[in-house]
Design a protein around this ligand. Structure first.
Ligand SMILES: [Ca+2]
Ligand SMILES: [Ca+2]
Length: 593
């Protein structure tokens, strides 16, 4: 009996540089024709591209549909080296199809990522990872997108839970002759991509889609969203597949399993077992989802076909397009092994299998949460709070969250495990908490910098809360430190900026409290859409701050002087005679904290 709906074509030959196109197909028949098409799938391009070229606006296909949260808009289009992204801040259900979508980043192919991390100074920092072997979650720094980090706990490979990217200017960016600063370039690019993203979002996905598909010669893209193609094997199982013996030549997936440990081969888009020279992948484009195997020596006899499946004690092989037959008895199957599903794919729908199995933490999972943040499994940022020790007394510190639905705020209390508690004043419920520490006054006690970032805001660089707390050596209590900043709502702190009326395409601005002035250049559209023709004064707030101890302790702050302008300035808060003062202010290329 041939299994139903196998999709095998793009896995039909090991010699293919990539099988990624199959991830976009939903049936064996439609997918066959893609096997010779060039791959532009997410895996191959994100993992192996060694070239770089200025991007063009990538057509967007297979995009999520039915987003309907009026109050929280998807992000502007985010252009990066490997993909373009749109960030959807909250999960939603397409009311017309009933399909559920996760919040996060969707690239131009519709592939989903929970986080986007840019390379900064040759590194990817704070990359969320999970050990598929021992389950430990951690944040690591990677020096290359192909780095395979190892678990600090058990030494196994870690699964990277983010898209690793390099920032690129928007496609339509044109450098003018005035020698704009890097920050200006970033700013302009961000502005342009915002406009383009809003436009293309509407146009490309709907109107250009058929043309795109045609241009790609019957490419892998289909209108069929049911393929659930936002989920790749590493998304589901991780980069390492750990198996435990479950019978004769049978294994089950077991995160503690060590009888077979296979690593994901990005080139082949399959897991690989060296021992048996077998490639395998979990096909989520068919219903029910199932494992397909490529046994060298058997499969390779079938040319472009030869993917195999194990069902009810028998091996089947695809001998020609969509044509699955019992494996001829001339082949010795005594050494062939397979993965028992163990109830994993009993779902009747192709969609919900992998989705249901994934316990998907979301960035907004914290918004209505009450309790210890390190226990908020619904929150992607939970790991930041696990096994923390901010005051360096070797006792674990925890952060407790209370939520006030009525006034839409959250209260955080840091419990230092030694009786010390620090109550942080209220911040907006949509802020994402971060606790940082450094001994800035060299008294042996950590100062605590508590910040809220508003990553899901449509303009995250315009908002931020921060509070600095110092432990009083006499009372042992933490008290808030006065900073030389203007205060806004809740913990918002920033600088007052005076803007001149635009002259041509430039705006002169100054920050009197820092004796700083500069000129920013924008294009006409920005000024027309986002700027006034009058001079005015506005408080702008720090969107990110980092304490730095050492020889020159300081708090480094980032602030965007222009709403949606992209341009950032950085400055330090340093101590002079027991007081904090502003120093070292200059334009700075943001590092996307
Ligand atoms: Ca502690
Ligand atoms: Ca201190």
């Amino acid at each position: 009996m041939p299994p139903r709906g196998h999709s095998s074509s793009s896995h039909s030959s090991r010699s293919h540089s990539s099988h990624s196109s199959s991830h976009h197909s939903s049936s064996s028949h439609s997918s066959r024709s893609y096997s010779s098409s060039r791959s532009y799938g997410s895996h191959s391009s994100s993992s192996h591209s060694s070239y770089y070229s200025q991007p063009v606006a990538r057509p967007r296909v297979n995009q999520p549909t039915g987003y309907s949260h009026e109050s929280v808009n998807p992000s502007r289009r985010i252009y990066a080296k490997h993909h373009d992204y749109v960030c959807y801040p909250v999960p939603w259900t397409d009311e017309t199809t009933g399909q559920e979508f996760r919040e996060g980043y969707y690239d131009e192919n519709g592939k989903w990522y929970n986080k986007l991390i840019y390379e900064t100074n040759g590194r990817y920092e704070n990359v969320p990872c999970k050990c598929e072997y021992c389950g430990q979650e951690s944040f690591v720094t990677l020096t290359s997108e192909t780095d395979l980090p190892k678990c600090p706990g058990c030494g196994a490979w870690l699964k990277v839970n983010a898209a690793l990217e390099q920032y690129t200017p928007a496609p339509s960016y044109k450098r003018n002759g005035n020698g704009p600063t890097t920050a200006y370039v970033v700013g302009l690019a961000l502005f342009i991509l915002f406009l383009i993203g809003a436009f293309l979002w509407q146009v490309v996905t709907e109107e250009l889609k058929p043309a795109v598909e045609q241009a790609r010669n019957g490419s892998a893209y289909t209108d069929d969203r049911s393929s659930g193609d936002t989920v790749s094997n590493p998304d589901i199982f991780g980069n390492m597949l750990c198996l435990t013996i479950a019978g004769d030549n049978a294994f089950v997936i077991d995160e503690d399993g060590a009888d077979k440990v296979l690593s994901w081969d990005y080139g082949q888009e399959s897991y690989y077992d060296f021992e048996s020279d077998c490639y395998l992948w979990y096909n989520t484009d068919v219903s029910p989802n199932l494992w397909q195997y490529w046994y060298e020596g058997i499969s390779s006899d079938y040319g472009d076909y030869g993917w195999m499946e194990f069902e009810n004690g028998d091996w089947y092989i695809e001998e020609s397009e969509g044509n699955w037959v019992l494996l001829p008895s001339s082949y010795d199957t005594s050494d062939l092994w397979h993965i028992e599903d163990a109830g994993k794919n009993k779902s009747s729908g192709a969609d919900d299998t992998s989705e249901d199995e994934l316990v998907v933490a979301t960035i907004t999972g914290i918004w209505e949460y009450e309790g210890y943040v390190d226990e908020c499994t619904a929150y992607t940022g939970r790991e930041e709070f696990v096994d923390a020790d901010y005051d360096l007394d070797l006792k674990t510190d925890r952060v407790y969250r209370e939520w006030n639905a009525e006034d839409e705020t959250a209260l955080y209390t840091i419990e230092f495990g030694n009786g010390d508690n620090l109550e942080v004043p209220a911040g907006w419920e949509t802020g994402f908490p971060h606790v940082q520490y450094a001994d800035l006054d060299s008294d042996g006690n950590s100062e605590i910098l508590f910040t809220l970032s508003y990553d899901t805001s449509t303009d995250p660089w315009s908002f931020g809360d921060l509070w600095l707390f110092d432990k009083d050596p006499d009372t042992g209590l933490y008290k808030e430190v006065d900073l030389p900043l203007v205060k806004g709502e809740n913990g918002a702190k920033g600088l007052t900026i005076e803007y001149d009326a635009p002259e041509g395409n430039t705006v002169s601005y100054s920050i009197p409290s820092c004796a700083y002035s500069s000129v920013a250049s924008f294009d006409e559209e920005y000024l027309k859409n986002w700027w006034t023709t009058e001079a005015f004064t506005e408080d702008r707030y720090i969107y990110w701050a980092t304490p730095v101890d050492g020889v020159d302790p300081k708090i480094h702050c980032l602030l965007a002087p222009f709403h949606r302008g992209g341009l950032s300035i950085g400055f330090d808060l340093v101590r002079e005679n027991g007081e904090y003062v502003i120093a070292n202010i200059s334009e700075e290329t943001p590092d996307f904290p």
